[in-house]
Design a protein around this ligand. Structure first.
Ligand SMILES: *[C@@H]1O[C@H](CO)[C@@H](O)[C@H](O)[C@H]1NC(C)=O
Ligand SMILES: *[C@@H]1O[C@H](CO)[C@@H](O)[C@H](O)[C@H]1NC(C)=O
Ligand SMILES: *[C@@H]1O[C@H](CO)[C@@H](O)[C@H](O)[C@H]1NC(C)=O
Length: 470
């Protein structure tokens, strides 16, 4: 499992502060970025119309010191976020804001929709941004309009943020559109509304988290709304340095693993299959539990010698989705599997769970995840993934190599059950798939890959905006 390529001495010195940090994170959940993974959609990868999607690591690893975003130094970027909360979309935009701040970009942030009463989360996120030199402005002031007119680049985050354009810029909309990069993370039908996206054809570019979602947007805007997508860039996400540091620290992982297993009342040798997503029908926890139950039956019928298996559902929120949550708990009670099924409340700090489990199940239904950040996070921890053959998952998981794909919907239950049994009874397969998943992350899904890919998009959009302005 040792995968430190750095000198052992270095990692030992680094280790203790890290463990302390991890332990603090355990009790206070301060580690926002360890798990920006909660939302479906968030990623970045290559440029569609150029030949930029060739492997870039060989090029990049030689010049790791050189930040590909350096050309953004002293540019002015306005970021317009639909909302500000601890969910995937805004956290990703913040991540980009910090990457740009690190190379000296002037970044101004606007949140279009804020509750009228004071909100603790918003307050702390804005504070965090100001600490890093991001200027936070009210959404609807004249200053917002002036900044949009002056900016080198305006980044709109999510389809819904399109509402900001007419509401605030008014007659200035046409002057700003040629320098707008629109970052889209949604793939549900109700986002295809002219009210949100009518300006989409006229912006400099759209950035979307997976190829399959980009394709879907092209289809739907054309067929449903009769509008044409602008130049579209697909940009897959990368894992943050913080997450990779924990994932690559054997001691930190062991501490976290022991802590979580103890809290769940699970032994060291037991097998944990976890689904880590906010609990809702779209994420498929119900079908996962059905498959898990089937897997228990199969292994009994076939008299397989497998360690005790557990299902862990991380992302519960009894307050929000009570009907569905109750349905899940009733199923567990009916089938008398309460000793093998564990519900864990929603948390942003997923690293401890990734350090403790044996297999990640990514069971998002219908069109699946737009990207599904938890998948690359799990792979960083050398965990094989059982995922639905839908959405961004198909661009991350290599079927038969880093995990197994099963169909979405009811017809996927038995294949998933078989895949669970297969991994449960084959420790070598688990290990080798985990290792290959980790290698894939190192090749394609790190922060520096993401920075590089995003730099290509920003550069192209800036050039285009400049040409338009002449
Ligand atoms: C888009 O439309 C084409 C042609 O109708 C179809 O083949 C393709 O599967 C569609 N893609 C998506 C993601 O809906
Ligand atoms: C989980 O959430 C429920 C309801 O939202 C709450 O009652 C319970 O105490 C929480 N459990 C933990 C371990 O925080
Ligand atoms: C994954 O590979 C297995 C074994 O080759 C195959 O049976 C299954 O259909 C594949 N799944 C997908 C979605 O391609």
């Amino acid at each position: 499992m040792a995968k430190h390529s750095t000198a052992p001495l270095v990692s030992i010195q680094k280790r203790w502060p890290l463990i302390i940090l991890v332990c603090i994170a355990l009790s206070t959940a301060i580690a926002f970025f360890i798990g920006a993974s909660f939302n479906s959609c968030s990623s970045r990868d290559y440029v569609e119309n150029n030949d930029l999607n060739t492997p870039i690591h060989s090029f990049y690893s030689e010049k790791e010191e050189e930040n590909p975003l350096n050309f953004m130094k002293s540019k002015l970027v306005l970021m317009v976020s639909h909302e500000l909360s601890l969910s995937g979309g805004p956290l990703l935009l913040m991540e980009l804001a910090f990457l740009l701040r690190a190379v000296g970009t002037r970044v101004v942030w606007i949140t279009n929709q804020k509750p009228t009463e004071r909100d603790k989360v918003i307050y702390s996120l804005e504070h965090r941004m100001r600490d890093r030199g991001v200027e936070v402005l009210p959404a609807k002031d004249q200053e917002a309009v002036d900044t949009a007119l002056k900016a080198d680049l305006v980044i709109l985050n999510t389809a819904v943020a399109g509402k900001w354009l007419d509401a605030v810029l008014k007659e200035n909309v046409p002057r700003v559109l040629p320098k707008v990069l629109w970052w889209i993370h949604e793939m549900r039908g109700h986002y295809f509304k002219l009210e949100y996206v009518k300006h989409l054809p006229f912006v400099a570019g759209a950035m979307i988290d997976s190829h399959i979602t980009a394709e879907y947007w092209k289809n739907r805007t054309h067929e449903r709304l009769g509008i044409k997508m602008p130049d579209t860039y697909v940009v897959h996400l990368g894992n943050s340095k913080d997450l990779m540091e924990v994932a690559e620290d054997i001691v930190a992982r062991r501490v976290l693993r022991e802590h979580i297993r103890e809290s769940l009342g699970v032994r060291n040798d037991d097998l944990l299959f976890a689904i880590i997503n906010s609990v809702s029908r779209g994420k498929g926890q119900d079908l996962f539990l059905k498959a898990f139950y089937e897997a228990l039956q199969i292994s009994q019928e076939r008299k397989l010698k497998v360690p005790p298996m557990h299902a862990v559902v991380v992302g519960s929120d009894m307050g929000a989705q009570t009907k569905f949550e109750t349905e899940l708990r009733n199923f567990v009670a009916d089938k008398k599997i309460h000793e093998s099924v564990h519900f864990v409340n929603k948390t942003l700090n997923v690293a401890p769970y990734l350090a403790s489990i044996d297999v990640l199940v990514q069971n998002s239904q219908a069109r699946g995840e737009c990207f599904g950040r938890i998948t690359i996070e799990a792979m960083a921890f050398q965990i094989p993934v059982l995922g639905t053959a839908a959405g961004g998952t198909t661009e991350i998981v290599v079927n038969g190599t880093t995990g197994w794909l099963h169909p979405a919907g009811k017809e996927g239950v038995t294949p998933l059950a078989e895949n669970i049994v297969q991994l449960a009874s084959n420790v070598e397969m688990r290990k080798s798939m985990g290792r290959k998943g980790y290698n894939r992350v190192k090749e394609m899904f790190l922060e520096h890959h993401m920075s590089y890919r995003i730099s290509l998009v920003l550069n192209e959009v800036l050039q285009k905006a400049k040409r338009e302005a002449q």
